[in-house]
Unconditional design. Structure first.
Ligand code: G6P
Ligand code: MG
Length: 218
C-alpha cells in the first residue's frame, strides 16, 4: 500500500459538519408516520447521503399502496418544508464539535477543501453556519445526475479542485457516501461507528479526532 501526499479534503455536510442528519431523520419519520409506515434509526441509515426523491422512494417501497408522481412530489415538498423549518434557526453554534478546527487545519496546511453534499439545501445551511468561505469548491447538487453511492459527486469535487482523486480524502457519515468515495478512488474517512461504516479506510467518532496526516489510498 503506497502512502500518497494528500492535496485536498472533500467533506460531506449533513452529519459531518452539522447535525442536520438528525433533522432529516425527524422530518422523514414524521412523513413516514403520516403514511402508516414504520420508521426507525436503523432504516434511516440507508437514507443518509441519498437524495430527496430516492429517499422517498425507499420509504414508500414499504407501503402497500402505490403513489402517483404528483403524490410523491407533494410528499417530498412537505418533508422539505418541515426540514427547512427545523434548520431555519441554525447558527454557527450548530457546527458539530471539531468541524471548524478540521476545516481550518486543512486550509492552513495549504490543502484544498471541497464540499460534496447531495442536499439541495446545502448552500442555505452553509450560510446559516457561516462556513461558505471555508471551501474552495461546493458542488451544486442540482447539477448532478446521480446520487450517492455513485461516485459522481466526489469526482466532480476533485475535478473542480483540479486534484487527482487518489490525492483526496473524502469525509462521510453515511454508508452510501463511503461507497461513493471508494468508487471515486479516494481515501474514505468515516465519521461515526466502524460497525456501521465497514468499508471506510478509517473511522473516527467525530471531527475532534481529525488529524491531517498522509493517508494511504487503496
Ligand atoms: C444528504 C442527507 C440525506 C438527504 C439528502 C438530500 O445527503 O444525508 O439524508 O436526503 O442530503 O437533502 P435535501 O436537503 O436536498 O432534501
Ligand atoms: Mg451525511
Amino acid at each position: 500500500m503506497n502512502k500518497q501526499a494528500i492535496e485536498a479534503v472533500i467533506f460531506d455536510l449533513d452529519g459531518v459538519l452539522a447535525d442536520t442528519a438528525h433533522f432529516h431523520f425527524l422530518a422523514w419519520r414524521e412523513l413516514a408516520q403520516t403514511q402508516g409506515i414504520d420508521f426507525d434509526e436503523t432504516f434511516n441509515e440507508c437514507l443518509k447521503g441519498v437524495d430527496r426523491m430516492a429517499s422517498l422512494e425507499l420509504i414508500l417501497r414499504q407501503s402497500s399502496r402505490n403513489y402517483t408522481h404528483e403524490e410523491k412530489q407533494v410528499l417530498a415538498n412537505k418533508k422539505n418544508q418541515h426540514y427547512q423549518q427545523l434548520t431555519a434557526t441554525m447558527t454557527p453554534a450548530d457546527l458539530l464539535p471539531g468541524a471548524r478546527e478540521a476545516l481550518e487545519a486543512v486550509r492552513s496546511a495549504g490543502l484544498k477543501t471541497g464540499l460534496a453534499s447531495v442536499s439541495k439545501n446545502a448552500f442555505f445551511i452553509l450560510e446559516r453556519l457561516e462556513i461558505r468561505d471555508c471551501f474552495d469548491d461546493v458542488v451544486d447538487a442540482a447539477l448532478l445526475t446521480h446520487t450517492k453511492p455513485h461516485p459522481e459527486i466526489f469526482l466532480t469535487a476533485a475535478n473542480h479542485l483540479g486534484i487527482d482523486p487518489s490525492a483526496c480524502i473524502g469525509v462521510e457519515d453515511s454508508l452510501a457516501g463511503i461507497t461513493s468515495i471508494k468508487a471515486a478512488g479516494m481515501f474514505a474517512l468515516g465519521i461515526g461507528s466502524a460497525n456501521v461504516l465497514t468499508d471506510a479506510d478509517l473511522v473516527i467518532p467525530d471531527l475532534r479526532h481529525f488529524l491531517l496526516n498522509d493517508y494511504a489510498v487503496n
